[in-house]
Design a protein around this ligand. Sequence first.
Ligand code: KIV
Ligand code: ZN
Length: 511
Amino acid sequence: MKKDKVIFFDTTLRDGEQSPGASMNLKEKLLVANQLAVLGVDVIEAGFPVSSPGDFDAVETISRQIKTSTIAGLCRASEKDIKTCWDAVRYAKKPRIHIFLATSDLHIKKKLQKTRTQILNMAVKAVKYGKSLCSDIEFSAEDAGRSDMDFLCKVVEAVIDAGANTVNIPDTVGYTTPVEFGNKIAEIKKRAPNINKTIISVHCHNDLGLAVANSLSAIENGARQVECTINGIGERAGNASLEELAMALRVRPHYYNVCHSIKTNELYNASKLVSRLTGISVQVNKAIVGANAFAHESGIHQDGILKARETYEIMNPSDVGVPESSLVLGKHSGRHAFFKRIKDLGYRLANKESELLFEKFKNLADKKKTVFNEDIVALIEEGATSCCKETFVLDYFSAASGTGTVPTATVKILKNENDKKQAKPIVFREAACGSGPVDAAYKAIDKIVKMDIKLTEFSLRAVSSGEDALGEVFLKAKYKGMVYSGKGASTDIVEASTKAYMQVINKAIVD
Ligand code: KIV
Ligand code: ZN
């Protein structure tokens, strides 16, 4: 008998991006969207178009470029939101409008100050309007986990009659437990007479660490779409993690008896990409994609694994795409091998970008004995986080520090005049002292750019191993109330730090 398919709806670019500090720029969102398409995600929720011009642009660009997955945009139950959402998703091969409205009494009374009857009417009106624009409509009953079942079933029935193709039951605050949530899905299936005309979806938050368990329980009870994110990032404690759901269904096929289209050997690439672009690292013991997910420490386990892998391993690292070896290219490697490696690492880049990257790789290979996969990924993502228009370009820097000396730095920066296309850049030189060489370099840059930038986060890590390892700096900084991130990689950590700072400055100017 043919198995039912569970639709994977990924909301990394919408709910995931609501994680504190996880915001991504357009280039970064496109990289993620491309990887989600390669991963086989059925629906990509690309953003909340009415929320900001940046979100609108991201949804529109992703709609135009990604052809294999459905592209959804989120909107509230108002005509303006729905129309704006449609204007952003309409270019997709398979567009979807995702309308949400709260159905719990708490939200209805306290947040929306409305009555249940008003909510029911708003939901129906919104779905009908959405349907007049787009054939694929999803309706989400926000805070369904705490909604009164009689009212929830009434809303579900009414929005299906109004044309909703998918009805989503979110556990918005991660309050329910697996058996309870599964029972809710079973009850909705039993009580809404027109339920067979729609797909039941679930969207579980992880406040009690139960998002994946709740989603799986919902699948057991008839849900056929799961909303999830890469690495489980999302509002507060996050959403159900896509990689955990996909692997649970793959490892226990006879238990769940459903199929899905996720190419699990792309999970590792997706996880790495999202963690690097958002700056949210994956905890080492995270299921499926954590650094220790396949590491066996105890002697008894190691002995068992050597005798028969399945004694202590329920899946192979290769099932989720963990690379066999991280040793890769060197200074004699050619273009072809390099481009193939980029592809194997899960990146789809335009020719121009690949060529530019090849130049950077060659420069790095001159400085470093061995270039690892992680180094290449750092170079790719340094490019991805950079800003389209670079007003200030770091041309030169030098820094000095040592015991008993005052750390100093000198920088030379070129300023491109935006409005004068052919004009030569203006050259600035400055020097400054600081508490360390990075601080001194930042102070020298500040003297030139004259922007009041406040650093809120600074992290430095060695991208690969060895004394010549590439250092990667990730920064977050505030300027005029907005948070900007920047990334820089170099074998010299002061250079990596200044590159990251220049990115922040250029991003802030563009905004
Ligand atoms: O958590 C939630 O309820 C949501 C909805 C907008 C689907 O994110
Ligand atoms: Zn959510």
